[in-house]
Design a protein around this ligand. Structure first.
Ligand SMILES: *Cc1c(COP(=O)(O)O)cnc(C)c1O
Length: 388
């Protein structure tokens, strides 16, 4: 078997689209200028390219180009939002609300702030992975500075009710930050309608390059102040110093343009493939779907299987299909993820969880191969171990 495994880990990362690569290439070589150089063509070309990407990304979330701050990805955007707000509004309060199923790039900056004396409320989720709005309302305090709730969960794919959360925050004059790393280009995002004040984005989950992302920062009604987290040449209005990586930014813009143009149709196709996969593998005994069955991302399927050893299952799957167990960040250990633990209730923690992330290059034929291989792997492991 020399063929490479079928890639079904698109919630971890995606390959760069050929059109994205083509758009990027000139900016590595002849158009290599520093976008801060204002005295010559090379600089102007870089600035124009960054501006075009800014416009595309802003339009995708109904923001204005001045509200986009380029970063190295969603991790940096989350850190900038969370630490930047906490520092800028320290005098006004010190309470922050987030959710147990957030990415570690949100939870860990919050933990850091807790070590500095901020009070953090970590809201639980319901068994379907979605927060209870009543609990959010109850958690609000007079000194709450902001709420951080992700748009789409990276492990179980569930969609949080952002517009409702935004309305609650706005009524109470509390900022709303959302990590939309898994949402951009996949689900409709509108910072006005959702009343989101800060939104973290990244390129590499939508066929753009790794190492580039952005933070949307609301500039009007209300204007959000952020303390910079790095100081230097005052790029990005002083909020995020550092020479802009123009090739990556061009790739990010192109990736968003392609994804948004095709968003609705591609989502339908992914839903169909995902449902086909689930229809086939749910013929197995003792297999469970994690997360809300319909309020979820098109290409995401997260299942728990009883009666198999996790390491054996993943090693049996990997020659044929590249998937992950929980979050990519913790899959080396195959530990139960904090997200699945947070679902509590019905979830048996001795089960193995597998995340399938279907993307735009996957075909129906691949889904059928994966389903058949998954079923036969589980059958043979169960036979060996007599666990079921
Ligand atoms: C991938 C991901 C991140 C990290 O983004 P990077 O651009 O890789 O730093 C953060 N949050 C979520 C929800 C993600 O899926």
């Amino acid at each position: 078997m020399s063929a490479r495994p079928i890639y079904l880990d698109c919630n971890a990362t995606t390959p760069v689209d050929e059109q994205v690569l083509t758009a990027m290439l000139p900016y590595f070589t002849e158009r290599f200028g520093n976008s801060s150089s204002v005295t010559h063509l090379y600089g102007w070309e870089g600035e124009a390219a960054a501006q075009k990407a800014r416009e595309i990304i802003a339009a995708a979330i109904n923001a204005t180009p001045e509200e986009i701050v380029f970063t190295s990805g969603a991790t940096e955007a989350n850190n900038l939002a969370i630490q930047g707000l906490a520092e800028a509004y320290f005098h006004k309060g010190q309470h922050i609300i987030t959710v147990a199923t957030e990415h570690n790039a949100v939870l860990n900056p919050c933990k850091y702030l807790q070590s500095l004396g901020f009070e953090i409320t970590v809201l639980p989720v319901q068994e379907d992975g979605i927060i209870d709005l009543k609990q959010l309302r109850q958690a609000l305090r007079n000194n709450t500075v902001f709420v951080s709730v992700m748009a789409v969960n990276n492990e179980i794919g569930v969609l949080q009710p952002l517009a409702e959360i935004g309305a609650i925050c706005r009524e109470n004059n509390i900022f709303l930050h959302t990590d939309a790393a898994q949402g951009i280009g996949k689900i409709p995002l509108d910072v006005q309608e959702m009343k989101v004040d800060l939104m973290s984005l990244t390129a590499h989950k939508i066929y753009g390059p790794k190492g580039v992302g952005a933070l949307y920062v609301r500039r009007r009604n209300p204007r959000v102040q952020l303390a910079p987290q790095q100081y230097g040449g005052d790029q990005e209005k002083g909020i995020r110093s550092g020479t802009l990586p123009i090739p990556q930014i061009v790739g990010f813009g192109k990736a968003v343009e392609i994804a948004v143009a095709d968003q609705y149709q591609e989502n339908q196709r992914l839903v169909t493939l995902r449902d086909q996969l689930w229809l086939q593998i749910s013929q197995l005994d003792k297999i469970y779907l994690n997360g809300h069955p319909t309020l979820r991302l098109g290409g995401n399927l997260n299942v728990s299987v009883a009666g198999v050893d996790g390491v054996a299952l993943l090693s049996g799957l990997q020659p044929v299909v590249a998937v992950s167990s929980g979050s990519a960040c913790s899959s080396a250990k195959i530990a139960q993820s904090h997200v699945l633990r947070a679902l509590g209730g019905s979830l048996d923690l001795t089960h193995v969880s597998i995340r399938f992330g279907i993307g735009k290059y996957n075909t129906e034929e691949e889904i059928n191969i994966v389903a058949a291989h998954f079923i036969s792997t589980v059958h043979s492991l169960r036979k060996q171990s007599n666990l079921v």
